[in-house]
Design a protein around this ligand. Structure first.
Ligand SMILES: C[S@@+](CC[C@H](N)C(=O)[O-])C[C@H]1O[C@@H](n2cnc3c(N)ncnc32)[C@H](O)[C@@H]1O
Length: 292
């Protein structure tokens, strides 16, 4: 069993973005780059090795945007399957996460997905976005999806991946209550996957479909369970600063309380056969006859 990410790099102060107006609650540092790679591998394994579900034609020269790209784990993985003339771009509010080396047809810029450049209108064949639930306020989701709609050419696709429900035992329930409180206090939508089809439809997308997988959590489920545990525990441990800055939200009072809750959560997953989390990938199309 591999040690957890946080156990590998103890007591390192976490670094967060400082993009004006952004609401993202997870760190943007070296430790997070490692976690994002692990997360990509876990999700890829859960989806049977597939990372591109939208039916775009790989032999053409697609324009692809990875929205909230982070360390570009997804872009770097799909790049070899794309035509060499494909043009791929990643945007994020934080450039500390961008990879230092990448194929020449991948580029990056610092941008919030709430305000994408006007000159991108109707340019892209595919917009991919994964795990922005800890970033976008309730009011920002419709805006982000209408930006994606605008920059897609008619007939282009979105592929959006978001985590869904999870369960294990009593500690997981208590932690989930804390997460709900944190997310509500920041106007974030923890259960955005329940609203995603409606958001997509309201933004004008058609042919909306969703693929869902169940990811096991904990040592009881072998390597995938251990990797998924390390990844999601990395997410939850990474929320220590926002939780403590919010006064502990009535669930913890000190850093030690927070760390103890995390240790108990990890133990519960390891010992609870059936501990699991849903993950959803939504695919939708901008209508081919669309003129906007
Ligand atoms: C959980 S990470 C996921 C990274 C990547 N999509 C992946 O799946 O590996 C979320 C990313 O969204 C970025 N982010 C947060 N708010 C954003 C915004 N308003 N616009 C663009 N990127 C944002 C964060 O900096 C972070 O890199």
């Amino acid at each position: 069993m591999s040690p957890s990410i946080s156990a590998e790099i103890p007591h390192v102060p976490r670094v967060f973005h400082n993009y004006p107006g952004a609401n993202y609650i997870l760190p943007s540092d070296e430790q997070e780059i490692h976690r994002l790679k692990l997360q990509h591998d876990v999700l890829k394994a859960a989806f049977d090795g597939k990372v591109l579900l939208a039916p775009i034609k790989l032999h053409t020269s697609p324009f692809v945007l990875d929205s909230g790209t982070g360390s570009a784990a997804w872009l770097l993985d799909v790049a070899p399957d794309m035509s060499p003339s494909a043009i791929m771009h990643g945007v994020d509010i934080e450039n500390r996460l961008f990879p230092t080396s990448h194929p020449p047809n991948i580029s990056f810029s610092i941008n919030s997905i709430a305000t994408l450049p006007e000159e991108w209108t109707a340019k892209f064949d595919l917009v991919h976005q994964r795990l922005l639930l800890a970033a976008l306020r309730r009011s920002e989701w419709p805006k982000a999806l209408s930006q994606m709609f605008r920059i897609l050419r008619p007939g282009g696709y979105v592929q959006l991946g978001e985590a869904g429900a999870w369960h294990a035992g009593a500690v997981t329930e208590r932690h989930a209550d804390m997460l709900h409180t944190l997310f509500e206090s920041r106007e974030l939508l923890l259960e955005v996957s329940s609203d995603m089809s409606t958001f997509l439809r309201d933004a004008g997308f058609v042919d909306i479909r969703v693929e869902t997988r169940t990811i096991p959590l904990g040592a009881w489920a072998g390597q995938l369970g251990a990797d998924a545990r390390d990844n999601f525990m990395g997410v939850y441990r990474g929320m220590k600063t926002p939780v403590l800055r919010s006064g502990g939200l009535g669930f913890v009072e000190t850093e030690e309380d927070f760390d103890r809750l995390m240790d108990e959560l990890e133990k519960e997953w390891d010992e609870t056969k059936g501990a699991e989390m849903k993950f959803h990938i939504f695919i939708a199309q901008k209508p081919t006859e669309c003129t906007t």
